[in-house]
Design a protein. Structure first.
Length: 234
C-alpha cells in the first residue's frame, strides 16, 4: 500500500495542491483556485486498495512521512489513522475529516463529460516544450499568460499579457503541428502552466459550441490514466 510509484506521482500533484482526497481506484485532485483538475488512476500504480483519505493542507507532510521509511514498510489503516512501520520505526498519522473538505471533493464525472465534447485541436506537448516555456516565464516576468493559438494547422503556445500597457514587447513561443478544425486563441494563467507536471502529453482543446466555451484536456502519454483538465479564457 502506497508504493513508491504512487508517492512519486503524488509528489508531482503536490505542486498543484496541498489538499486532496485520496480514493481507490481513481483520485481527482483540484488546485486551490479550482481551475485545474488532475485525474490519477491509482490502480495503475498500486495494487492495494484503501479507504478514502482526507489530507487538508497536509499532502506534503504526508509524503515527507513516507520518505522516513524504506520501501518495504508496512502500512495499515484503522479508522482515521494510518499506521506505518518498518523494524523499529513506527508512526501513526491522523488524517482529516472528508466532510470538511467539500471544495476538494471531486469525482471522475467532470473528465468523462469533457471527453465527450468534440476536440477542435489535438497536438503533442513534450517534456522539452514544457521545460522551455516554464524557463521562459522566469525570464519574461511581465508576461502573465500562456496563449494557445490555432491557425493554419499549427498550434502556437506563447507567452503574453492581458495588460498590454504594462507589458514590454517581449515574446516567446513554441509552434507545434496539430490536427485542427477551428481557428481560435485561448489563454491560461502562467502560474497554472508552471504547476504542470513535466512529462509527455497529448493535448486536446475541447469546444462546447452551445456554450461557446473551451477547455484543455492533457492526456499523459507515459502514465496510463493520468489526465489534466484546465479551464481557459477566450
Amino acid at each position: 500500500m502506497f508504493s513508491t510509484k504512487l508517492t512519486d506521482v503524488l509528489s508531482q500533484i503536490n505542486g498543484v495542491t496541498n489538499s486532496i482526497i485520496l480514493r481507490y481506484p481513481q483520485t481527482v485532485a483540484v488546485s486551490e483556485s479550482q481551475d485545474m483538475m488532475i485525474l490519477m488512476d491509482v490502480s495503475k500504480l498500486d495494487d492495494d486498495a484503501f479507504p478514502e483519505i482526507g489530507l487538508k493542507d497536509s499532502l506534503s507532510d504526508f509524503l515527507a512521512l513516507f520518505k522516513l521509511f524504506p520501501d518495504d514498510r508496512e502500512v495499515k489503516i484503522e479508522g482515521n489513522t494510518i499506521n506505518i512501520s518498518s523494524g523499529s520505526l513506527v508512526s501513526s498519522y491522523i488524517v482529516d475529516n472528508i466532510a470538511l473538505m467539500e471544495a476538494y471533493n471531486k469525482d471522475v464525472a467532470q473528465f468523462d463529460k469533457t471527453e465527450e465534447v468534440p476536440s477542435v485541436a489535438t497536438f503533442d506537448l513534450g517534456t522539452e516544450d514544457i521545460k522551455n516555456i516554464k524557463a521562459a516565464t522566469g525570464v519574461f516576468k511581465d508576461l502573465s499568460e500562456v496563449l494557445f493559438t490555432s491557425k493554419d494547422s499549427d498550434m502556437k503556445v506563447s507567452l503574453g499579457a492581458t495588460n498590454k500597457f504594462n507589458a514590454k514587447s517581449n515574446t516567446f513561443s513554441v509552434t507545434k503541428g496539430a490536427q485542427t478544425s477551428k481557428e481560435f486563441e485561448i489563454k491560461i494563467p502562467v502560474d497554472n502552466f508552471k504547476m504542470l507536471p513535466v512529462s509527455e502529453y497529448t493535448v486536446h482543446v475541447k469546444y462546447n459550441s452551445s456554450r461557446n466555451s473551451y477547455r484543455i484536456l492533457l492526456v499523459n502519454k507515459s502514465l496510463e490514466g493520468f489526465k489534466i483538465l484546465m479551464s481557459v479564457k477566450a
